[in-house]
Design a protein around this ligand. Structure first.
Ligand code: ZN
Length: 301
């Protein structure tokens, strides 16, 4: 098989499942992780280390990392929101952490009770803690393309936060359209400068499909030079803290989209679609993905 030209990071187990009420057994999650690796995924966000009372679905984060059958060349990451999360992740032996803050002051205060300035100091502290243990850190910026409370977020603020994250020692940068408000012209504008700022540091986009513009935004970013994207099987997800948010763009839809354009992902869409089917049958989740519902997907990979 030809080398993948784009890297997709599977977020279904974290960003997806955190919104699902039916608790998925740890064994089933481990099976899905094995099947995702078998489908060709090389980056999987396994869980978040957050308070189990807030997100009961993530209560088995430690157990998942303990039982992971780690394959060489696969990044198994976790999301943390605070120092307690970093400490739990260190104890669980996590090697790749996603640490982020929100570009929106209002979202930050509602979500974390910190102003943006406080969140920046907290971010630097947590990145230091993680990197001191040899953990790779992906520095994220939530609401980088708009906020439901504040509306537009100035591009300058996003670029300043990228510089801030790079100064703090982030090994990768991720811009999140947490609200799905981004549009392709804005994505191109923000991403072109972001790529310059990042230089050799990888830049990823985390796109939500709330306003049905996910793949349009992905394409704009791809044309601008971004080669790493977060997706979720079946388009599962949303954000419990952002009103009306829906999931990430669907992994299998993104794979199909790229393969049709002759861009290799290294991922077998049928194998991912089979997982989406199982998620739909095991839970009450409404999956927004299109491809897994089609009886004949005419895979071109
Ligand atoms: Zn998200």
């Amino acid at each position: 098989m030809t080398m993948p030209e784009v890297v997709l990071e599977e977020q279904g187990l974290r960003d997806g499942l955190q919104t699902v009420r039916t608790i998925i057994p740890t064994e089933k999650k481990l099976e899905w992780i094995r099947r995702l690796v078998n489908a060709g995924l090389r980056r999987i966000q396994v869980a978040s280390f957050v308070h189990p009372r807030l997100v009961p679905q993530m209560a088995d984060a430690e157990a998942l990392f303990e039982c992971l059958d780690k394959q060489p060349g696969v990044v198994y990451s976790a999301l943390v929101l605070n120092q307690k999360g970093v400490e739990r992740a260190i104890n669980a032996g996590v090697q790749h952490l996603a640490i982020s803050l929100s570009a929106s002051d209002t979202h930050s205060q509602r979500n974390t009770r910190m102003t943006l300035e406080e969140a920046k100091a907290d971010f630097r502290h947590n990145v230091r803690l993680a990197r001191a243990q040899g953990i790779r850190v992906r520095g994220g910026i939530q609401c980088a393309f708009g906020c439901r409370y504040e509306g537009a977020i100035p591009a300058e603020r996003v670029w300043d936060l990228i510089k801030h994250h790079l100064d703090a020692g982030a090994d990768e940068i991720a811009l999140a359209d947490s609200t799905g408000m981004a549009h392709p012209v804005q994505v191109r504008h923000i991403v072109e400068r972001a790529l310059e700022l990042c230089g050799s540091v990888p830049l990823a986009l985390h796109l939500h499909n709330t306003e049905n513009k996910g793949l349009a935004n992905l394409f704009a970013a791809y044309e601008a030079g971004v080669r790493q994207f977060d997706t979720a099987f079946g388009g599962l997800g949303g954000c419990p803290f952002i009103p009306g948010a829906t999931g990430n763009i669907a992994t299998e839809d993104t794979v199909h989209f790229f393969h049709q354009m002759g861009v290799e992902t290294g991922i077998d869409l049928e194998k991912v679609a089979a997982i989406s089917h199982e998620v739909a049958s095991l839970t009450d989740a409404v999956l927004s993905g299109a491809l897994y519902k089609l009886p004949s997907r005419l895979s071109v990979s």
